[in-house]
Structure formats: structure tokens, C-alpha cells
Write a protein that binds this ligand. Structure first.
Ligand code: SF4
Length: 250
């Protein structure tokens, strides 16, 4: 399987879940490499923004920002070895994030099976952009999907980021909650449209402020919290940014 690299090894680390219904819970994070989207504000662009690709990013204007060399940010590793590293943390919750994990479902399913063989009660969460439908085996293996459909503020064409069959699958699954990153009040129009089109229950929608720093979050959080209160959505802050900013591996 292809994972993001952290130092000389795969990006696997013990931390607190920073977003979604499991926020604050201790968890082992594992980061998949590669993504089929390329959001302009992506804070994990080392998983996809490689040298030689044409994708723009909001940080392109920074003098110390550059696209990543593939060999320096991706590591290929056996699912059984990944499971062994995860089990070494002795933590009951695992969060598979990315990149887009659903591009490597078979490998992650094998990893989950190995973990469950030794620790059957392990809770498995998956973060996904909801452009791919989980296979039956993967859907059964996963306890919870944190679904984050991308809006036009991602800079991605609608034909790529809105996949109706996949969104309908997640809307119908009780294992899925929907996390939307909100940058502007106008984003709510798109969210309401998706909600109505796919029948997503309001109680399974979380709205999160967009931002890479606590100051960014502070600009958006107050009015977004008010909107959540008025519209019946759940507000979700981004705990990891509050605690650690943009530091990786914590
Ligand atoms: S879908 Fe997620 S990982 Fe992929 S580019 Fe967008 S924010 Fe980044």
C-alpha cells in the first residue's frame, strides 16, 4: 500500500481525533498517499501535489513552498507491517485518512483484518472525499465514515468532486456523517443543495471552519456556529489545529 512518508517511515502517529463525532478521542492516524482531487486549500498536499503535476495550490505564492518530490513523500509498505506498527500503540481507535483512502480499499481491508485478528474491538474510522463507493467488504470492516464532500471553494470542478452514486451511498449509510469545510456564508447554499439532492439528515451534518491556523478558525467559527444553531447542523471545530497548528505527526 502507498502511504505518506513521515521522516524515513510511513505517516502513522498516535494523537487525538481532531474532527468529527470522535473529536478528542485518542487514535492512531494512518495517512494514505495519493488523492483523486487536488483542493487548492488542502492541508495534506504532500499526498498528491507532486513535481510535474499542474495543480495549483493556495500556497504557491509563498517563496518557501514547492511541489513535492514523489520519492520523498510516498512509501510503499505491506499492510501486515502497517497493522503491526498500529498495534504497537495499543490504542483502541484507528483513523485512516489521506489523501483518499478509498483508492486503496483492498489493502486497507487487509490491514484492518490483521488488526482485528489481534484486537477485535478496535474502532476503525475512515476519512473520505466521497467520490468512490466502498466495496461491500470494506464497508463492513469500517465502523464509521467521516465523509467530506468538496464544495466549489476547493477549486475542483463539480464533475470531479460531486459523484452522485457515491454521495447517495453515503447518505443512505448510518455509518456515515458529513463534514463540510466552510469558508464563506455562501457555501451554505451548496451544502443545502447537496443535502436536499441526496437526502442527508441534518443530524448527520457537521460544519467546520476552513483554516490552517487558530487565527483562521477564529475568523470563521463565530458566524458558522450561529448558522449551525439556526439551521440544526452540528458545529465542529478543528481541535488538531488549535493544539498543534500545521505540525505533522502529532
Ligand atoms: S480531497 Fe482531501 S486529501 Fe484530497 S485534495 Fe481535497 S482536501 Fe486534500
Amino acid at each position: 500500500m502507498k502511504l505518506a512518508k513521515l521522516g524515513d517511515g510511513p505517516e502513522i502517529f498516535h494523537t487525538l481525533q481532531g474532527e468529527g463525532p470522535g473529536v478528542g478521542m485518542p487514535a492512531v492516524f494512518i495517512r494514505a498517499a495519493t488523492c483523486n482531487l487536488h483542493c487548492v486549500w488542502c492541508d495534506s498536499d504532500h499526498t498528491w501535489n507532486f513535481e510535474g503535476t499542474p495543480w495549483p495550490h493556495n500556497m504557491d505564492f509563498l517563496p518557501n513552498y514547492a511541489k513535492h518530490r514523489r520519492s520523498e513523500v510516498i512509501i510503499e509498505i505491506d499492510p501486515a507491517e502497517v497493522a503491526r506498527r498500529i498495534l504497537a500503540f495499543d490504542c483502541p481507535r484507528v483513523v485512516i485518512t489521506g489523501g483518499e483512502p478509498l483508492l486503496q480499499q483492498a489493502a486497507f481491508q487487509a490491514m484492518i483484518q490483521t488488526i482485528r485478528n489481534q484486537r477485535p474491538a478496535t474502532v476503525i474510522e475512515v476519512e473520505t472525499n466521497a467520490t468512490h463507493i466502498p466495496s461491500p467488504g470494506f464497508a463492513t470492516a469500517v465502523d464509521h465514515f467521516n465523509v467530506s464532500p468538496k464544495l466549489s471553494n476547493s477549486g475542483i470542478d463539480q464533475t470531479l468532486r460531486v459523484q452522485p452514486t457515491a454521495l447517495a451511498w453515503f447518505a443512505a449509510s448510518p455509518k456515515a456523517c458529513f463534514k463540510f469545510v466552510v469558508a464563506n456564508p455562501s457555501d451554505l447554499t451548496e451544502i443545502q443543495h447537496l443535502r436536499e439532492r441526496f437526502g442527508i439528515p441534518a443530524g448527520r451534518i457537521l460544519l467546520m471552519p476552513e483554516g490552517r491556523t487558530a487565527a483562521d478558525l477564529d475568523r470563521t467559527a463565530p458566524w458558522l456556529a450561529g448558522l449551525c444553531r439556526d439551521l440544526g447542523f452540528r458545529f465542529c471545530d478543528r481541535l488538531h489545529i488549535r493544539l498543534w497548528g500545521e505540525r505533522r505527526g502529532v
